[in-house]
Design a protein around this ligand. Sequence first.
Ligand code: MIC
Ligand code: SF4
Length: 641
Amino acid sequence: MKKNVTEKIIEKHLISGQLTAGAPIALKIDQTLTQDATGTMAYLQFEAMEVPQVKTSLSVSYADHNTLQTGFENADDHLYLQSVANKHGIYFSRPGNGICHQVHLERFGVPGQTLLGSDSHTPTCGGLGMLAIGAGGLDVAVAMAGGAFNLTMPEVVQVELTGRLAPWSTAKDVILEVLRQLSVKGGVGKVIEYTGRGAETLTVPERATITNMGAELGATTSVFPSDHITRQFLTAQGRAEVWTEIRPDDDATYSKRIAIDLAQIEPLAAEPHSPDAVTEVSKLSHINVQQVAIGSCTNSSYSDLMKVAAILRNKTVHPNVSLVISPGSRQVLRMLADNGALSDLIQAGARILESACGPCIGMGQSPPSGSVSVRTFNRNFKGRTGTSDAGIYLVSPETAAATALHGHLTDPRDLGEPINISQPDTFLVDDSMIISPEKTASNIIVKRGPNIKPVPLKEPLTQEISGKVILKTGDNITTDDIMPAGAKVLPLRSNIPVISQYVFSGLDANFVQRAKDNNGGVIIGGLNYGQGSSREHAALAPMHLGIKVVIAKSFARIHKANLVNFGILPLTFASDNDYEETSLDDILTINGLKQSLLSGDQIVAVNTSSGKQIKLNHDLDKRDIGILIAGGLLNHTKQKI
Ligand code: MIC
Ligand code: SF4
């Protein structure tokens, strides 16, 4: 059979199942990554499995999100992460070394291997020809313990690239175009595979920008072939030996084909408040801008920032704009420092932040009230910056730099002569901020600060579930809505009882009180419920508040898996009418639930307020049902042992 890149990698890692879209499959995981905001929970769960050393070929723990120390919590978490990594055979990338996805691309990614990361932008390494998937921390913990990763065999969509990008058009504009065409739910259940002669004109960091932001399509992952461009990049990183060629067979088949002529791509922007609200930058020049933020795992490579430096050289940032720049890695920052580009940025008035996620996750640099912030990041969900009435536009580094100079959204083509930055023959390689684990680790003491609390467990599923509807939402609810991040809440990631007090706080300030008054309850959601991040806190914290079931029109992949992992039932409405007719404060009762799940019978909820019956569906497989009945994956694993 002719195979595409995705099928080739999956086939090599298949533990069970078949390459038929929609079927449950289990994959062997070669590498894992975690970051500090999801890592503490992942390692607490890994410790509970009592496996002395990780069983992957490589596991790396990064500290990149929680880098503002306004209290002891983040610093304590970093000590925990460093010591637990040291004990269990995990590399630790110290704070300041860079954003997990950028560093992993530079230093660890291997074409043809699988990578599971507790962060939704793990697909960044798809730019190297890896099958790189984002998941909840518990799934990553299981993979570190040697377990398989279970998922639904995705459909593979081909995006065939032809032509070459015009001057001032960028890889960011390519993924924004794909988002415009497919929307934030268009990738659910799919892998987006890029092919064609156009792909060969893109460098690995450009490809990584595209695969990174494929997360915003809701896709399982995105992938490019591994070719001579991949080999050049790995050689320049001093890692030529890990390169292998992986290309789709001629006549490989795909479930759908999208054709994009790179030459037709214009500078684009995602308007507030969704990454798929895409329009041409040239139509937005009337919008005045108060903040520009350049960086994040999408757009902070060496060439991205070199272009920004070249645009800003010998100029000054517009007086009404605050420009902040967070380089993606210490490698990038040092190279800019060594060749003088950092000086150009500083001279122009850029505020240089450390190599970390920073403003992208609301760790500082919230924009002013009612302002416009233009960012090179991947998410512009309302309130994610920490300023709920700010409008965020997502653009390329070139558009961001042009905008910083002019004070209004600016098409970079207005800058005139294009800038050419060639890929370096060698990157500056310095792994001294990556700590290798001890070989004899049994006597290492894991440091646990007072904010680090055990992972709560749930009771097994009961035959009957009954609860009040305590929230009804619209479509595309994000995990930022469910479990906000930002400088205030992120330090609480290791303490579920405390962080639970913030569930839905940006959307409905009374939600937590209603959950407490009603002993939990039911959440009603629209389409694509739980889009965005991989944070399992968006399931764990509602579980702690007693939420038993979420009934939505449809779910985002990672969030649905997290709900199952923590014993919350993800059910869907058989008819959209029932969504319309279910209201806040209705009492819903599902009888014979366990029985229906096991037998495959229709699940029916009775709305005791109206007397109406509501037919509910699910696409849970046997394993998911076993996990839900046990009250979550931790209970399920314990029972098995
Ligand atoms: C994000 O971009 O939202 C995050 C913060 O990186 C999350 C992970 C988290 O919430 O810790 C993600 O994308 O998975
Ligand atoms: Fe960090 Fe932002 Fe990337 Fe998430 S999207 S990993 S917060 S840089």
